[in-house]
Ligand binder design. Structure first.
Ligand SMILES: [Zn+2]
Length: 135
């Protein structure tokens, strides 16, 4: 929140931007204030019986597992890889962002730089890196 072009200043800029649809602003406001209609929130206001994650429950039922001991369905939970129903999507988004960041860093690299991007084409570990190097 203290970084330049981030935090409350950018939040205010986003919320006052007339090109952004109000539904998106409303969703962001709900997330910021903890009023997202998650099971946790709906249980708190008496609209649901259980705060357990509905997405985790669906994922477990699909695997034929017990739905006992579900994590509370909070905004944070459903946006994390810890949610069994969202893990694949959240992980794919993470990998996509990481790939974009990595490609951007590589594209911005100066010709004189001695930094070597070792995993642009594929994952590497110390064993494969060791084999690539010629000594
Ligand atoms: Zn979940």
């Amino acid at each position: 929140m203290l970084r330049q072009d981030a935090g409350r200043f950018m939040l205010g800029k986003y919320l006052s931007d007339k090109k952004i649809p109000w539904q998106r602003k409303r969703r962001l406001g709900m997330a910021m204030t903890g009023n997202t209609p998650t099971a946790s929130f709906l249980t708190k206001i008496g609209k649901m019986q259980s705060a357990g994650s509905r997405l985790c429950s669906i994922a477990r039922e699909a695997r034929g597992e017990s739905t006992d001991g579900l994590a509370d369905e909070t905004h944070t939970h459903i946006n994390s890889a810890g949610c069994e129903g969202m893990a694949t999507t959240v992980t794919a988004a993470h990998h996509s962002i990481w790939r974009h960041l990595y490609d951007s860093m590589h594209a911005a690299q100066k010709a004189k730089s001695k930094l070597k991007f070792v995993t642009l084409d594929k994952e590497s570990n110390m064993s494969t890196l060791w084999r690539r190097e010629s000594f």
